[in-house]
Design a protein around this ligand. Structure first.
Ligand code: FEO
Ligand code: CA
Ligand code: CA
Length: 628
């Protein structure tokens, strides 16, 4: 904690009463009374931190089963080959890499039987050293082929898999009429104010109406009408800028603000649309929320431009009293913002993809967190609040393509990497994770403030927003928890964690918190005490926190969903086996294309194996409710 920010200061700057009770929660929790009250929500025995254990651990009385790994066929496609020799075409029919958020759909829709269903999930990015037998473009450009580029593009995107319950346990249905993969090459439509405008017109799509693919699909959301929303996060990592000659001043400014500079994957070597110097509008076609209907395997995904372009982490919705729908989404980068899109029209309460048009019209807002524990949602509307020609904006499409720059102008509050948003089913409180921000307080950068109370914020925090109504343009906010250890001023009541990322509140009101300590810091120095990345269960009223799951070496735990009866949970384990310096030093080896399992060999643990991101299915051995 910044030495200047004492516990007292936080109480003063946040909403005093609520925050004070949160800070005192550890004391209260020690009383027999509060223990008995809280048992109703959390009923399992917490597990210890996992120190370099290459496996999943869940509490006593629970089982975790490997369910859907990178390379597993979605339907009747080819089986996975452990030496990574599957072709690009085979990858197209298999699970992508780096599983992130997921959603469950009952079949038939809204059924109460829970005997059939769909799991829909994102595959955020790839590890070329694991995806290929001999690495990617950064390992060796001379062996980087068109086939490798395609395999990388096909390992991105979304999976839809069909499930059925057999003898009390969920299995994947193969073949399946519903199963599909959406990738970085799937043709999709574009709608809303940016559709057809010059910002997204390219040589291949002169009308600006059809975009090839979606990628870096981090987390997701579900609309109230039942479609799936996938969020395009770090799209800038895919574009290469070789020269800025002939690039307009405005475009250069935009590239700087959106960090379009360097490609980590090298697709531009074989797919020239990723060379931004040649195709300067191509990056404007990414950074959106994309909607599709998993129940219709033929449905074409649609990029919803009214919701703004930035590094969307996830999206969560809440109903306004008058029937309009509010969608909350964070922009996960240091000093970026939290946004809320409010539809213009009301939703009539019925299901179906025909309601998608609601996402084409509405107002995008960005949050300003005042020092007083109050806040405002500032509208990003062309012609208002300084979003004018004088400031370089020419239309509403311009404001949406450059939402970050518009948010700068209206005076939004720069945050410590806003990641997931989740909404409490009863109180409608909005919880948002801020994962970390090592740059806060650096020379020339914003210093700590009430809503981001620590300079050099290593461990992150979770905020809570309370609103009268989802359509409100004002709100109250508090710091729900400061993560980390006692030395850093943590306010966690129970098992500690660092770098909160995934958040999901289930229908009983349990807040599930997933962590993403970066591999370079995992198991090292001040992060060693938190062990491998993990998932915890939190009682939002008391703050009581219990560790529920720990992941294998080098992974991030991200994505959690439950069946409506809360008796089955799926959790995604992303990028096991990323290079963790503490592990590599202890073992005296390095991860490389010829040594892909140097850090982790989870989940298959085969001698010549390679680590695979995977969905894990969790059940309670007595068939009961997870977490209770
Ligand atoms: Fe993809 Fe910000 O996590
Ligand atoms: Ca994340
Ligand atoms: Ca993260």
């Amino acid at each position: 904690m910044n030495p200047k920010v004492s516990r007292r200061t936080i109480i003063k700057t946040g909403l005093g009463g609520v925050l004070a009770s949160m800070l005192n929660a550890p004391l209260l929790a020690k009383t027999a009374l509060s223990q008995s009250v809280h048992h109703a929500l959390l009923g399992f025995h917490a597990i210890p931190v996992a120190d370099l254990l290459d496996d999943i651990v869940v509490p006593e009385g629970y089982s975790a089963q490997i369910f859907y790994r990178w390379g597993d066929p979605v339907s009747d496609g080819a089986e996975f080959k452990m030496d990574a020799s599957n072709t690009a075409q085979e990858q197209l029919q298999q699970a992508g890499m780096h599983h992130d958020a997921l959603q469950f759909y009952s079949l038939p829709t809204l059924s109460n039987h829970f005997e059939r269903g769909l799991l829909v999930m994102n595959h955020e990015y790839i590890d070329p050293q694991v995806l290929h037998r001999d690495g990617g473009a950064l390992d060796s450009l001379s062996t980087y082929t068109v086939e490798k580029t395609l395999k990388e593009q096909y390992a991105h995107g979304v999976s839809v898999i069909e499930l059925k319950k057999e003898s009390g346990s969920w299995e994947i249905v193969r073949p399946s009429h519903y199963a599909r993969r959406i990738t970085a090459c799937t043709p999709m439509l574009v709608s809303g104010p940016v559709a057809g405008t010059h910002y997204i017109q390219t040589e291949a799509d002169p009308k600006g109406q059809e975009i090839l693919g979606t990628f870096n699909n981090c987390s997701n959301g579900k609309t109230p009408w039942g479609t799936y929303l996938t969020c395009e996060e770090n799209f800038h990592d895919y574009f290469h800028v070789s020269t800025k000659k002939n690039i307009s001043k405005k475009q250069k400014k935009s590239w700087k603000r959106y960090a379009i500079k360097h490609s980590y994957y090298g697709w531009h070597h074989h797919d020239e649309r990723f060379d931004a110097s040649q195709h300067p509008n191509e990056p404007n076609r990414f950074g959106w929320i994309v909607e599709f209907d998993p129940l219709d395997p033929e449905s074409q995904p649609i990029k919803r431009t009214a919701m703004g372009r930035y590094a969307h982490e996830n999206v969560a919705h809440k109903m306004a009293k008058d029937g309009r729908v509010a969608f909350y989404s964070g922009d996960d980068a240091k000093f970026e913002y939290v946004y809320k899109f409010i539809t213009k029209q009301q939703w009539d309460g019925t299901q179906g993809a025909q309601h998608g048009g609601l996402l084409n019209e509405g107002v995008l807002h960005v949050a300003r967190f005042n020092e007083t524990g109050k806040g405002m949602w500032l509208p990003l509307i062309y012609g208002q609040n300084g979003l004018t020609k004088e400031k370089g904006f020419e239309s509403q499409a311009d404001v949406l393509v450059h939402a970050r720059m518009a948010a700068d102008v209206v005076g939004a509050t720069p945050m410590d990497r806003p990641e997931w948003v989740t909404i409490h089913p009863e109180t409608a409180d909005v919880f948002i994770s801020m994962t970390n921000n090592s740059k806060r307080g650096d020379k020339g950068r914003p210093k700590y403030d009430a809503a981001n109370p620590r300079d050099d914020n290593h461990f992150g925090h979770i905020m809570k927003i309370t609103e009268n109504d989802a359509a409100s343009t004002t709100f109250d906010w508090t710091l729900f928890s400061l993560a980390g250890d006692e030395d850093s001023g943590s306010t966690i009541n129970g098992d500690s964690y660092a770098n909160p990322d995934g958040l999901m509140i289930d229908s009983r009101g349990v807040l599930w918190v997933q962590t993403d300590i970066s591999s370079s810091k995992l198991n090292t120095d001040k992060f060693a005490q938190f062990g491998n990345n993990q998932m915890l269960a939190v009682d939002p009223s008391s703050g009581e926190t219990r560790r529920f799951l720990t992941g294998p070496i080098g992974c991030e735990v991200t994505g959690v969903v439950m069946t409506p009866d809360l008796k089955t949970m799926w959790v995604n384990i992303q990028h096991p086996g990323e290079e963790v310096p503490a592990v590599m030093q202890a073992r005296g080896i390095e991860k490389s294309p010829s040594n892909p399992n140097a850090a982790s060999n989870w989940p298959d643990h085969q001698k010549q194996g390679r680590p695979r991101s995977a969905t894990v299915m969790i059940t309670k051995d007595d068939g009961g409710i997870i977490g209770a």
